[in-house]
Ligand binder design. Structure first.
Ligand SMILES: *[C@@H]1O[C@H](CO)[C@@H](O)[C@H](O)[C@H]1NC(C)=O
Ligand SMILES: *[C@@H]1O[C@H](CO)[C@@H](O)[C@H](O)[C@H]1NC(C)=O
Ligand SMILES: *[C@@H]1O[C@H](CO)[C@@H](O)[C@H](O)[C@H]1NC(C)=O
Length: 407
């Protein structure tokens, strides 16, 4: 009896030592949870073979997939680029988690979608000890002139930044008080988890995602101050982002470095060829018809220069043909012909799709009239455009599709 007790105690001790990780959860058999939203979207789809296929996958299994890029974490419901948002993204099956990179006053790298969005994504305006350091402190709306504020990561040191709370991105331009200004969450998001999100440095993000054995996508955000900034050059900034991964011994095959600036991509091609193999050129030239045509024409040249992955907003990857079908766009065809990969951005930022959707659905709006149409678009992107991955503000929506189709 005593012997039995001893062995079971020993076994218990061993078991807990072996399978509990530092989050306090077991490390074995990580269980992806997609929640009710994908089912709502599938129920909402038009009848047809795609809906039948999606329904046939309802009971999983749902798996972690590198097809799923967590855009800023899971900001449909969690404050973007916070610990809580990254946890949610992981739980929803994202294989790749994003940190947008911006620099602080002391030239440390932190995760923020823009260098100057602290007034809409954190509580900085409500911090009397810090708000006065903002590039533009809060000015109330008056006589038809909207409220103003501009707070940049470069206005603060890393430790000041880390003392902030992440909140849902949004603001009220009509605000006459800071409190009103901070309350601007779009109708389709929620403040339920927006109490005090833990903001992240690049190094803390790397350690976290590495501890999950997942992949990284880090975007070098275009500076909003003149460069060089207090002697800090664009090249040094691009190098520092890569060096953070090198110092943490992260293999380049686990990193997708991104930028909207072609010179950053070229810098990595010339100076960090191992990281350049998966560098992602975020292409916003497609935003105007002329820019779209120019961008399409430039694809072979970019491939020659060594660019491997193109990533426009996903509207630019499809169009509606004469028969009313969603088909690959000229841009998508050109990228495929050049042998480059494509990553699309971003799902789940549009709210309701019952009236043709927004910016992200502009080339297919004539055939978009319900939320379930999201999966029709994703299916064309995955099967016909053959995108390598899709960014989403709610990774679960894409995880359901990826698991269903074995991506
Ligand atoms: C701000 O005021 C304008 C004009 O009254 C109104 O149209 C708009 O909806 C208001 N915006 C918000 C976020 O309250
Ligand atoms: C601002 O700070 C005060 C005092 O800490 C708090 O009561 C209030 O809820 C805060 N407002 C917002 C919008 O966070
Ligand atoms: C497109 O290319 C033409 C010819 O190089 C150039 O003059 C024009 O400015 C470009 N337009 C855009 C929007 O990029």
């Amino acid at each position: 009896m005593q012997y039995l007790l001893l062995t079971s105690a020993l076994l218990l001790g061993l078991a807990s030592a072996a399978v509990i990780n530092k989050d306090g959860y077991p490390t074995k058999s990580f269980n992806v949870q997609i929640g009710p939203r994908p089912y709502y979207l599938v129920d909402n789809m038009d009848e047809g073979p795609l809906k039948k296929k999606m329904q046939s996958c309802s009971e999983g299994p749902f798996k972690v997939s590198d097809f799923v890029f967590a855009h800023r974490g899971a900001p449909l419901q969690f404050p973007e680029h916070t610990l809580q948002s990254y946890h949610a993204a992981r739980r929803e099956g994202a294989g790749v988690i994003e940190c947008d990179v911006a620099f602080t006053k002391d030239k440390k790298l932190v995760c923020r979608h823009s260098q100057c969005d602290l007034h809409t994504t954190t509580n900085v305006l409500n911090r009397t000890d810090l708000a006065h350091k903002c590039t533009t402190p809060f000015t109330p709306a008056k006589d038809g002139v909207p409220a103003a504020a501009k707070c940049c990561t470069s206005d603060f040191t890393e430790s000041e930044f880390e003392s902030l709370c992440g909140k849902m991105d949004g603001f009220n331009p009509n605000a006459t008080t800071v409190h009103e200004y901070m309350a601007g969450t779009p109708y389709f998001r929620t403040n339920l988890y927006s109490t005090c999100g833990t903001v992240m440095t690049l190094n803390k993000y790397i350690a976290l995602v590495d501890s999950w054995r997942l992949k990284f996508t880090a975007e070098l955000k275009t500076p909003e101050v003149e460069m060089p900034y207090l002697g800090y050059t664009q090249e040094q900034y691009a190098q520092d982002m890569i060096d953070a991964f090198k110092k943490a011994n992260i293999h380049p095959s686990r990193v997708f470095a991104q930028s909207f600036l072609p010179d950053d991509i070229f810098y990595w091609i010339d100076n960090e060829p191992n990281f350049a193999k998966q560098a992602v050129y975020l292409d916003e030239r497609v935003d105007t018809p002329e820019g779209y045509a120019n961008a399409t024409a430039s694809i072979p040249g970019l491939a020659k220069r060594g660019v491997k992955i193109m990533a426009p907003a996903f509207f630019a990857l499809t169009k509606v043909d004469g028969a009313g079908q969603i088909v690959p766009s000229e841009y998508a065809i050109a990228v495929g012909k050049a042998g480059m990969d494509i990553v699309g951005w971003s799902f789940e930022r549009s709210g309701w799709l019952n009236k043709g959707g927004d910016y992200y659905y502009q080339y297919v709006s004539s055939v978009i009239n319900n939320d379930g149409d999201m999966y029709t678009v994703l299916d064309v992107l995955a099967q016909k455009v053959k995108i390598r991955a899709m960014f989403s503000d709610w990774p679960a929506t894409v995880t359901y599709y990826a698991s269903c189709f074995g991506l």
